[in-house]
Design a protein around this ligand. Structure first.
Ligand code: T1G
Length: 697
């Protein structure tokens, strides 16, 4: 194992090279190596300067997040930075890849910084629930001024090298290898007699109204506290001498390190990388993915086609008539013009995608050569079977036939072809070119290399792909149906849809369940209720009023009226008074005396239903690990990221208390509230969902 920081003498320059793949994280050995390297250079006769750079893909990409939550080991990164900065030698960083978090903090403690134009810098600590804890909130404002520093620190965004140069974070941009451009720059500085520039000695910026900034950042965080806390640390850089400011920054850092939100965000960071790593896919070669077919050019089909085009894949989209084909082309161009406006693609790219890469046809034969087809037609099994029967005839041998169905039985769809091993579910979330979640639904006969290809497509499209088994609604929609029912029961018993929506947005959801229903279309739930009516258990408590809303044609945003009334052009609606009339009438009909619900009880019941169903999805093997369910809800259902997902939230709350809640609710309705056996077992064994994540490897 090579040393974490190597030492090399080049003329009168000492070169410290980080060798800690994959991202040169500033783990213990790297921190020790940096201090020892500086000390050695200072004793090394004739050395006048030190160059620090990273081997491999990047300069230091930050503290080693795997050390979080473990007892911190000296030297702390703050001390390492101060030691570098106080060296009498000229210390220079040469940056490539991503100098993030502690990585940028180390760079700012050196006296000059050169970077390659493709490099990025940033202080993304707030995205992990903490804040820059090694001087970043003290040095960055001294380099860039408060506006830029507050923006960079409270958003955690990456800053491109050119912007960093303009802001004064980087001193010079140069194409080339970090070592070469670094050595040349050090020599240039030495030859010109450039002085050491000690950032901590630069004047602090003038004070601003930090309370106002704090309030606005807190509001924007929608319940996440690290960005606003970071404002206070930056305030310390203005109001306190540097050393005091550092101490204050450390205090706030340690405070955040102890929060549930830090645990939730770190869980999210590692889980979004872990979720698509399945042991059974190790060594499995995906099939070729050079062109994609899409059947159905509605919102979903057009979104999927857009996503594939943006990933550089040629697309053949099939519609039934020339008019529908033209409409699909228009939808795709509309989607891509959004990317054009936001500068995500150039005009030339836009034209190439819409005129060359995209083929829209009404002839199935156009699909004869694609590697994979995603069907996104009407959610009705008969229609799906007809489409798959045709695909079976026209698609080449080895082509993958995928359905975008959001809940129908993929086994049954596969059985309508002669090649069930080539059939898989690829459940995108609308709008498919925006939402990152992809449920890869593996049917009984799906071949393992088809599964691997599903994940390879997800990666190519920049999705978070989660393996799901076949059941009604797979992972997300199956669990959604349960916690949505829990909300409907609370409405029948006395809560209003509006109180429930507010309680859940205060909890941290982007939208409450009723506003989501209005957005997705209330007719979807209506169709599901009708589809399942025949198999419904008589003990199930159901609401009638939602059907009455749909019978009146109130489907939500698409009809301008649902739970909320939407004035033209306004996304936010106002409560629809007809809804409470329908609810009160139904309560009266059912002899229910409405009772008050606290927001806290609303959240507890809603979350208990979500977690309990999640546990059932796990024990049935529909989801592999609790983290898989967490990623479904972070990336498909607007679950607040700082809890890490519903299963992580449950661990943080404590499973015993949650199980107690479920048992209490079961006294009112022991059909809906049946504790999951897995939940009872975990509580009995004193285990957590995280233990299952670890055990799954
Ligand atoms: N610590 C530990 N492991 C890390 C890591 C880190 N900082 N960054 C990445 N990894 C692992 C990652 O889990 C994956 O592992 C592999 O490296 C490749 O990552 C005191 C306290 C750098 C832009 O927040 O943003 O400094 O899955 O798949 O797409 O103020 O990783 O292969 O086993 O993401 O090329 C601040 C987090 C820390 C940067 C590269 N730094 N990392 O993206 O590869 S807090 C960050 C990233 C801090 C100080 C504070 C990205 C990347 P595995 P990857 P990538």
């Amino acid at each position: 194992m090579p040393e974490a920081i190597s030492y090399e003498r080049v003329g009168d320059i000492a070169v410290l090279k980080a060798q800690n793949p994959p991202v040169n994280a500033l783990g213990y050995d790297v921190r020790v190596g940096l201090v020892e390297g500086i000390e050695r250079a200072e004793k090394d006769e004739g050395v006048r300067a030190v160059l620090i750079y990273g081997d491999g893909s990047t300069y230091f990409a930050g503290a080693d997040i795997r050390e979080f939550g473990k007892p911190p080991r000296q030297p702390h990164l703050t001390e390492v930075c101060n030691r570098i900065e106080s060296s009498p030698l000229l210390v220079v960083s040469s940056i490539h890849g991503t100098a993030l978090g502690g990585g940028l903090e180390v760079a700012m403690s050196t006296h000059y910084r050169i970077a390659v134009p493709s490099a990025k810098v940033g202080l993304p600590e707030v995205l992990l629930g903490v804040l820059p804890g090694a001087g970043g909130t003290q040095r960055l404002p001294r380099l860039t001024g408060l506006d830029a520093a507050l923006d960079i620190i409270t958003t955690g965004r990456h800053v491109k090298a050119k912007e960093a140069l303009d802001l004064g974070v980087i001193d010079k941009l140069e194409e080339g290898e970090p070592r070469e451009i670094g050595l040349a720059y050090v020599q240039e500085l030495l030859d010109s007699g450039a002085p050491r520039r000690v950032v901590s000695e630069l004047p602090a910026p003038a004070p601003i109204d930090f309370d106002a900034v704090y309030e606005s950042v807190l509001k924007r965080g929608r319940g996440q506290i690290s960005p606003a806390t970071a404002v206070r640390a930056v305030q310390g850089s203005v109001e306190k001498p540097f050393a005091e400011g550092l101490k204050y920054e450390r205090e706030l850092f340690m405070e955040l390190m102890g929060t549930d939100q830090r645990q939730g965000l770190i869980h999210a960071f590692f889980s979004e990388r872990q979720v698509s790593k399945l042991p059974e896919l190790k060594g499995v070669e995906p099939r070729p993915l050079n062109s994609i077919g899409v059947i159905g050019g509605g919102t979903m089909g057009a979104g999927i086609a857009t996503s594939a085009l943006l990933a550089g894949l040629p697309v053949v989209l099939l519609e039934m008539t020339p008019e529908a084909a033209a409409a699909a082309q228009g939808r795709i161009e509309g989607n891509l013009s959004g990317a054009l406006k936001r500068g995500k693609i150039s005009q030339a790219k836009f034209e190439d995608m819409t005129q060359k890469a995209l083929t829209v046809s009404t002839d199935y034969a156009a699909l004869s050569d694609v590697d994979l087809v995603v069907e996104a037609v009407f959610e009705e099994m008969g229609v799906k079977k007809t489409v798959f029967g045709k695909l079976d005839e026209v698609c080449k041998k080895g082509a993958i036939l995928a359905s975008n169905t959001s809940y129908l039985d993929v086994d049954e769809i596969a059985a309508s072809t002669s090649r069930p091993e080539d059939v898989i579910g690829l459940h995108f979330f609308s709008p498919a070119h925006v939402m990152k979640l992809l449920e890869v639904v593996v049917a009984d006969k799906t071949a393992i290399d088809v599964v691997a290809t599903g994940f390879a497509l997800g990666k190519k499209l920049g999705k978070i792909s989660v393996r799901a088994g076949v059941c009604d609604g797979f992972i997300g929609n199956r669990i959604l149906k349960t916690y949505r029912t829990a909300a409907d029961h609370m409405v029948l018993d006395g809560a209003s849809p509006y109180q429930i929506d507010k309680a859940l947005t205060d909890f941290g959801f982007a939208m409450g369940p009723y506003a989501v229903g209005d957005l997705a279309g209330l007719d979807i739930g209506w169709a599901t209720r009708k589809r399942l009516a025949g198999s419904r258990d008589p003990r199930e408590r159901i609401s009638i009023y939602p059907d009455k809303m749909c019978e009146a044609g109130n489907f939500g945003q698409k009809t301008g009226k649902g739970y909320y009334i939407y004035e033209a052009g306004k996304r936010a609606g106002v409560p629809n008074p007809e809804v409470m009339e329908l609810i009160e009438a139904e309560r009266a009909e059912k002899g229910i005396t409405p009772r008050a619900f606290s927001d806290e009880e609303i959240v507890r019941r809603y979350m208990a239903a979500m977690v309990n169903e999640g546990a059932k999805v796990l024990e049935e093997g529909i989801a592999r690990r609790p983290l898989d369910i967490d990623m479904v809800f972070l990336f498909g259902y607007g679950f607040p990221r700082y809890y890490g997902g519903p299963m992580k939230w449950a661990d943080l709350q404590g499973l015993p208390g949650l199980l107690e809640d479920i048992k209490t609710y079961a006294k009112e309705d022991d059909f809906f509230w049946q504790p999951a056996k897995l939940l009872e077992d975990l509580v009995a064994e004193g285990k957590t969902f995280d233990d299952l994540n670890q055990a799954a490897g």
